[in-house]
Every structure is written in C-alpha cells, then in structure tokens.
Ligand binder design. Structure first.
Ligand SMILES: NC(=O)c1ccc[n+]([C@@H]2O[C@H](COP(=O)([O-])OP(=O)(O)OC[C@H]3O[C@@H](n4cnc5c(N)ncnc54)[C@H](O)[C@@H]3O)[C@@H](O)[C@H]2O)c1
Ligand SMILES: O=C(O)[C@H]1O[C@H](OP(=O)(O)OP(=O)(O)OC[C@H]2O[C@@H](n3ccc(=O)[nH]c3=O)[C@H](O)[C@@H]2O)[C@H](O)[C@@H](O)[C@@H]1O
Length: 318
C-alpha cells in the first residue's frame, strides 16, 4: 500500500500544472498543495478542487522562500509561452534561478524529492537531430530567449549540484512542445494561436519561413510521463515529448482541414533565434520509464478544439 503523500506543485494553476493536479488528486492518498503567483495561470483551472479537504492553494511567488512540509515537489513555476517569458526577462531569470534555488532549499530542509520541468529549449537551435539527452545544445547566451533557455540550463545545474553536494533526490524532465485543453486562449503559442484563429475566422499566422519544425505532445501523455519520472529511480534528464515532427505550415494546414476549411493561412515575420527544428529522441523514456505518447496530433487537436469552442462560445458549423 502506498503511504500518504503531501505533494507541492509550483505553477499548479497553469496549463500543464493544473492537469497534473487533476491526476494527482485522483489518488485518495495524496494531499496536493499548489503555489502559484497567477502570472500566466488562473484559479479557474483549479476551481473543481478549491475547498476540497486534500487540496490547498497558496498565492506565492517562488522567488520568495516557501515554508511547507511536503514529501514531493513538482517544480513547474515559470512562464512558458515566449510572449510571456520575454515580457519581463529579468523576472523570468529570477523565477528560473532564485525560484529553483528556493525549491531546492525547501527539498533539502524537508527531505523531499524534487522534479524540475526543464525544456527542449536547453538544446537551443539544435545542430543534432533528433535531440538526445547527451546533446549539450546550441544556445545563444545573450539573445531575447536566453532568460528562458539559459535560465532553465542554470536550473538544471542547480538541481545536479544539490544532488551531488547535499544528496537531494532529483528528477529532470526535458519537456517538448505540449498542447491541449485549458491552454490560455491568447497564450501566444502556436497550437493555441492557430485553433483560436481558426475559430474566430482570422488568418492563421505562420511565422516565416514556415518550414521550422516542432513535435507536439498531448497534455495527458505529458502528465503520465512526469508522474512516471517522479515515481521511478532515474534522475534524468529525460526527454518527454511526442516524436511526431511537423513544419508550422503542415500544422496550419492540419488545423485548417480539421477546424475551419475556409480560413486563410498567411505568413508573418518571425522572432529572433527561433529554433529551426525540434524532435525528441525518446529512447531513454521508453527504456527507463516504460513511457511513450499515445495521442497523435490529429486526435489531440479536436479535443483542444472542443475546449476552445466552449470557452469562445463558437458552435460547430452544421
Ligand atoms: N507547455 C510546454 O510546451 C512546455 C515545454 C517545455 C517546458 N515547459 C515547462 O513546463 C512548466 C509549465 O508550463 P505550462 O505550459 O503549463 O505554462 P503556464 O504558463 O501555463 O504555467 C506556468 C505557471 O507558473 C506560474 N508562475 C510563473 N512564474 C511564477 C513565479 N515566479 N512564482 C509562482 N508561480 C509562477 C504561472 O502563473 C502559471 O500558473 C514550465 O516550467 C515550462 O517551462 C512547458
Ligand atoms: O517545448 C519547448 O521546449 C518550448 O517550446 C515552446 O517554445 P516554441 O517552440 O518557440 O513555441 P511556440 O511559440 O509555440 O512556437 C513554435 C513555432 O511556431 C511558430 N509560430 C508561433 C506562433 C504563431 O502564431 N505562428 C507560428 O508560426 C514559431 O515561429 C515557432 O517556430 C514553449 O513556449 C516553451 O515554453 C517550451 O519550453
């Protein structure tokens, strides 16, 4: 029998965090504490748990120390959409560096296991394809994305230094682009942009050249991978993502076909340092976690469309 666990989820009011909380709350032996400053997350994502005796929600910024007694920490707090993480880059670095330092200090004091949600952006604009965990990356240290990708690289370093120096039990997931219901409608990431645009009859904005690739993982697969990593014996880093690779033009065509065949696709300017290709090698996740994604892009997009239709109040055309 599994013993009772008190689990802290930082960033639990966000997109992936709130789905993770749903899954953790399904286990009656778990108590879940969420700490979030609501920068990109919202209480709405957790409304079904507010008031539940095994659930606690704290308005807290992880750049400040947190005193709670917990057994496990899922450390997700950090804005993830490029628009939001570039909005206040100094704050993004503080969140990644000071925030992770604070959560590691907490893990050390209470003897908790801690999992960091790192990112495929640690590989930068990768010169190796697909990306394995042993690839050290090609990252611009002074660019507009550096607050996020260099921030996460320092966060990974801190995790390993606390592990080596203080014996903290760590887990590092390198997450690749994840999508699904509950993403902010105006989040700015590509899948949410295209679905919202298709439903609003606005042109799908493909950033030039459109041949850049990403690999998209459905959020339920992601949550499953994160929990397996936390419960398993490997520190990582382990890539968690769906290896199905698409150009942004292919993604736009797919959304057009599935959601609104009448919508226009237009090319717009891109932002600096946009990675040209990205696809995870998930051999390690398969072998060490027994994990691989189940939901293909074509099956995941309609689930997200349904959620966006409800929130935008747009009915399906007959
Ligand atoms: N979704 C993806 O494709 C993806 C890919 C790679 C890595 N990740 C990582 O996964 C995590 C979750 O991403 P998401 O897509 O759910 O993003 P999200 O923006 O929906 O969620 C992030 C949450 O963290 C909170 N937060 C931000 N700064 C904070 C701070 N200083 N203190 C407390 N809370 C803070 C936000 O309010 C929000 O609720 C992030 O660490 C992100 O870097 C996500
Ligand atoms: O998975 C990851 O590791 C990282 O991926 C994303 O970063 P990015 O891939 O740049 O995400 P998007 O903003 O969704 O952009 C994906 C691609 O779509 C393109 N795009 C974006 C928006 C849009 O309207 N149109 C469009 O063509 C961008 O140019 C880019 O090539 C996330 O936002 C990061 O938080 C995450 O850590």
């Amino acid at each position: 029998m599994q013993s009772n666990m008190r689990i802290l989820v930082t960033g639990g009011a966000g997109f992936i965090g709130s789905h993770l909380v749903d899954r953790l709350m399904e286990n009656e032996k778990n108590e879940v504490v969420v700490a979030d400053n609501y920068f990109t997350g919202s209480k709405d994502n957790l409304k079904k748990w507010i008031g539940h005796p095994r659930f606690e929600l704290i308005r807290h910024d992880v750049t400040e120390p947190l005193l709670v007694e917990v057994d496990q920490i899922y450390h997700l707090a950090c804005p993830a959409s490029p628009i939001f993480y570039k909005h206040n880059p100094v704050k993004t670095i503080k969140t990644n560096v000071i925030g992770t330092l604070n959560m590691l200090g907490l893990a050390k004091r209470v003897g908790a296991r801690i999992l960091l949600t790192s990112t495929s952006e640690v590989y930068g604009d990768p010169l190796e394809h697909p990306q394995t965990e042993s690839y050290w990356g090609n990252v611009n240290p002074i660019g507009v994305r550096s607050c996020y990708d260099e921030g996460k690289r320092v966060a990974e370093t801190l995790m390993f230094d606390y592990h080596r120096q203080h014996g903290i039990e760590i887990r590092i997931a390198r997450i690749f682009n994840t999508y699904g219901p509950r993403m902010n409608i105006d989040d700015g990431r590509v899948v949410s942009n295209f679905i919202a645009q298709a439903l609003r009859d606005e042109p799908l904005t493909v950033q030039a050249p459109g041949t850049q690739t990403r690999s998209f993982c459905f959020v339920s697969d992601m949550v499953d991978g994160l929990i397996r990593l936390m419960e398993g014996e490997n520190t990582g880093p382990i890539n968690i993502g769906n290896p199905g690779e698409f150009t942004m033009l292919e993604l736009a065509e797919t959304v057009k076909e599935l959601v609104n065949p009448d919508v226009e696709i237009k090319t717009v300017d891109n932002t600096p340092d946009d990675p040209r290709q990205r696809k995870p090698d998930i051999s390690k996740a398969k072998e060490l976690l027994g994990w691989e994604p189940k939901i293909k892009l074509r099956d995941g997009l309609p689930l997200m469309e349904e959620d966006f239709r409800l929130r935008l109040g747009v009915n399906k055309k007959k």
